[in-house]
Each structure stands twice: as structure tokens, then as C-alpha cells.
Design a protein around this ligand. Structure first.
Ligand SMILES: Nc1ncnc2c1ncn2[C@@H]1O[C@H](COP(=O)(O)OP(=O)(O)OP(=O)(O)O)[C@@H](O)[C@H]1O
Length: 236
């Protein structure tokens, strides 16, 4: 589980997050929705310890990120907005490198890499250079890489940016499956078609968490897009 309590953060005079509290539960796909400037990237930077703050608390699967950062980060998988594959390495080499960073090697690493590649349906491409893959398969590779160390919490920061509709749908479906298998997923997006009615939604606007609940409960008979517009005055 991912738990955030009373989290605040300021850039000089600009307060980017104000007393944000929420929980993302195991087995749930939690969508973090917010217009530009809402504070999503700031929140991800705090969750991944790129930034730190004394205002508030973050717990990753029971580990306090400030007091036990190593333990907390060890159970977290992250897919950043910007692609981070080495395009000259094969898919398997990219994953092996990451496994080594987590202290995994030999048979254990190979088994975990195969399992992660199977999970994302890209094992058949494992010997190909990342450069030869399309955007959707590169993103799948990054997702597979984020799973090798068997995290309990998966953070995805707008991971479908730049993908075509088909690749977006495939990745989104894969990550919903991962959530159904028990992972805690936090997925930042501004694209409401990536959110299912049964998903949990966190609406962030101007640094404040405006709403949280299942998409179905929050929107009632409204389409999520219309609800979002009504809440924020901003088209998604
Ligand atoms: N380095 C910075 N210095 C000052 N203000 C900043 C800085 N980075 C972000 N901000 C401000 O903090 C607020 C939150 O920004 P943040 O990037 O977290 O939002 P976001 O929801 O991720 O938006 P986007 O989708 O555009 O990335 C915005 O008002 C932004 O202008």
C-alpha cells in the first residue's frame, strides 16, 4: 500500500502541494488526474525521493520514505514520463543492467527477467535492440524493467505520452492486469479514457486533492471528462 499524509511542498514562494493525503491500495489501479500545473510531477518527485520535504509523510508498503528510504525504494517500481532505455542495448541487456543495479544476477535475474518479459508479452523480442522497437514496445520494456525486483507499489507518470491509441490501450490494459494481480498502482494521467469506472481516482487541482473515490462513485451519471471539466474548469 502507498500512504501519503499531510504532504506539502513549495518552490520558493510557490506552494505546489498543500496538505495532500491519500492511500493507494493493493490490487487497485489508482488514477491521479490533474490538469497542467496541478502538482502531479511534484508529487511523483517526492514519492521517488527526487525531492524531499519535512511537511508530511510517505509510506511505501509500510516503510517510511524519510526514515527508511532504502527499504521504501526497494519495494517501488517506477516508470517515468521520459523514456530511459539505452537504445543501443537489447531489451534483455537493458533489463539485466537494471537487475544488476538491484543486486540481482545469474539464474535468479534471468528467471525474473523472463517472467517480467512474459508479463508484458515481449519475450519474443528480448534479443532486439531497443532502438528497433516502436514506442509502445519500448514502454512495455520499461514496465517490464520496473517489475524485475518484484515491487509492491508501481508508480507510472503519464507513461502513455506520445503513444498511438492502440499502444496506449495495450499498456493501460497490461497495468490494469498487474493491479488485478495485487500490485498497488498509481498512474498519473490527463487522459480519461485510461481510467475504468471501477478504478480509484485522485483529483489534484492547484496543489490540493479535490476528490477521491472510485470513478463510478465520483462521476455518477456524468462522463469522467465532463466531471473533470466541471471540477477544474480545465479540459483534460
Ligand atoms: N522549479 C519550479 N519552480 C517554481 N515553480 C515550479 C517549479 N516546478 C513546478 N512549479 C510550479 O508548481 C506547480 C505544480 O507543478 P507540477 O509540475 O508539479 O504540475 P503537474 O501537475 O505535473 O503539471 P504538468 O502536467 O504540466 O507537468 C505549478 O504551478 C508549477 O508552475
Amino acid at each position: 500500500m502507498l500512504s501519503v499524509s499531510d504532504l506539502s511542498f513549495s518552490y520558493d514562494t510557490k506552494q505546489a502541494l498543500k496538505d495532500v493525503s491519500f492511500r493507494a491500495e493493493p490490487g487497485r489501479f489508482t488514477a491521479l488526474l490533474g490538469p497542467n500545473g496541478a502538482g502531479k510531477s511534484t508529487l511523483f518527485a517526492l514519492l521517488t525521493r527526487l525531492f524531499t520535504t519535512r511537511d508530511g509523510q510517505i509510506e511505501i508498503a509500510g516503510h517510511d520514505l524519510a526514515k527508511a528510504p532504502r527499504e521504501a525504494l526497494a519495494v517501488m517500481g517506477v516508470v517515468f514520463q521520459q523514456p530511459t532505455l539505452d537504445l543501443e542495448l537489447t531489451i534483455r541487456q537493458n533489463l539485466s543492467y537494471f537487475a544488476a543495479l538491484h543486486g540481482l544476477s545469474g539464474k535468479d535475474a534471468a528467471m525474473r527477467i523472463d517472467a517480467a518479459l512474459d508479463r508484458l508479452d515481449i519475450r519474443a523480442r528480448a534479443g532486439e535492440k531497443a532502438r528497433s522497437l516502436n514506442g509502445g514496445h519500448r514502454r512495455r520494456t520499461e514496465l517490464a524493467r520496473a517489475l524485475i525486483h518484484q515491487p509492491k507499489v508501481l508508480l507510472c507518470d503519464e507513461p502513455t505520452v506520445g503513444l498511438d491509441a492502440q499502444a496506449r490501450a495495450a499498456i493501460t490494459a497490461h497495468v490494469h492486469d498487474l493491479a488485478e494481480d495485487g500490485l498497488t498502482v498509481l498512474w498519473a494521467t490527463h487522459l480519461t479514457d485510461e481510467v475504468r469506472e471501477s478504478d480509484d481516482v485522485l483529483l489534484l487541482h492547484q496543489g490540493v486533492l479535490r476528490a477521491s473515490g472510485t470513478a463510478r462513485d465520483l462521476t455518477g451519471a456524468q462522463a469522467l471528462n465532463d466531471w473533470f471539466l466541471e471540477q477544474t474548469g480545465t479540459p483534460v
